[in-house]
Design a protein around this ligand. Structure first.
Ligand SMILES: [Mg+2]
Length: 353
């Protein structure tokens, strides 16, 4: 296959992967046992509507995406229109997303809510994100990886820019850089899961050197720990998920949610549907974990790895979004970026940290 076709198929896989993981895990409850009980003591095996008593997503239909993918596509739109990401563009993207909402919905995250309020009243986008310490930067970062196929170094540099207006603590930047680096690496033909995880860990370390110094666990070390827990051959899949939930944490913190994403990705060996099933069963901030993990999975295995009936459900449930158009636009930027680099840029990660 031509490299260009390969990149398009895998960028499309990344866009649909993000949507798939987000929508698949959207009906999950806060705790794994609650999700397990509601879904008849079984895995959530398909795209399902939110339970009517769901604390955040009640009323959502099967396949409907949440803020994670909406914000990722808002970021993608700015990149497609402007050809690159800037701090000002990232600020415009998040404000544009917020203004499309139907009033003050319960699922706007705390850092984004605070930053949008400041930006709307004229705040400086270099200042509005200085206290952003939750996982919103990471949950919407996949387009940054998708425009840098095979170039995680460029992806982490752009991830820092994308985080600036809302999530500019070292903790949040670290989480976003891990995901952006992983997505960029996942687009590399013949790459392995080991490579993707290794690059993610390096990305997390790079990101931790940017943004406001903050308190928080190491995203990099917890990715490594989560992947170890995910691979414990002595335990059932459900018990490994319980370990991820109890020992890593499926919470709003980037140091919890991002490592969990790599845990479920590893458990599923990067199959998008299986990754989504595990993210949903994990519960907690499941849609964010699923969105991040499945964006990486889809970028790695390509659009052919996502069954057509799920693609149709996602298209039907989200008529406001033309996912393929977003992939085409991102692919165009990715082509420009790829042609501008004639050799792999791994010097950034090779330098002593
Ligand atoms: Mg969400």
């Amino acid at each position: 296959m031509e490299l260009d076709t390969y990149f398009y198929n895998h960028i499309l896989g990344g866009v649909y992967g993000q949507a798939l993981g987000d929508a698949w895990a959207m009906p999950a409850y806060f705790r794994p046992d609650q999700t397990w009980a509601y879904f008849n003591n079984d895995w959530i095996n398909t795209l399902a509507p939110a339970p009517p008593d769901h604390p955040v997503h009640a009323g959502f239909q099967a396949g409907q995406i949440t803020d994670d993918t909406q914000q990722a596509l808002a970021l993608a739109q700015v990149i497609i229109t402007e050809g690159q990401i800037t701090v000002e563009g990232a600020a415009r993207a998040i404000v544009a997303w917020y203004e499309q909402l139907d009033g003050d919905v319960p699922y706007v995250g705390p850092s984004t809510r605070r930053a949008v309020a400041a930006l709307k009243s004229g705040g400086d986008p270099y200042q509005t994100g200085l206290r952003g310490d939750t996982n919103g930067g990471a949950m919407r970062i996949s387009p940054i990886g998708l425009i840098h196929p095979g170039n995680p170094e460029a992806a982490v540099e752009d991830a820092v820019i994308a985080c600036t207006p809302t999530h500019f603590t070292d903790l949040a930047v670290s989480g976003a850089c891990a995901v952006a680096a992983a997505v960029a690496q996942a687009l590399t033909p013949d790459t392995t899961l080991e490579d993707i995880i290794d690059i993610a860990i390096r990305g997390a370390d790079y990101g931790r050197q940017h943004g406001t110094p903050w308190l928080g666990a190491s995203v990099a070390r917890k990715i490594d720990y989560a992947v170890q827990l995910a691979g414990d051959a002595n335990l059932s899949a459900y018990d490994r998920l319980l370990n991820l939930y109890d020992l890593i944490g499926s919470t709003l913190s980037p140091a919890d949610a991002v490592p969990c994403a790599f845990g479920v990705l590893a458990m599923a060996n990067g199959s998008p549907v299986e990754t989504a099933i595990y993210a949903a069963a994990l519960s907690g901030d499941a849609d964010t974990v699923g969105a991040m993990a499945c964006a990486i999975a889809g970028a790695w295995h390509g659009i052919e790895s996502i069954p057509a009936d799920h693609i149709e459900t996602l298209n039907r449930a989200n008529p406001a979004y033309d996912f393929a158009e977003f992939a085409k636009g991102l692919h165009h930027i990715a082509q420009n970026n790829y042609q501008a680099t004639d050799q792999p840029h791994d010097d950034l990660f090779e330098a002593p940290l």
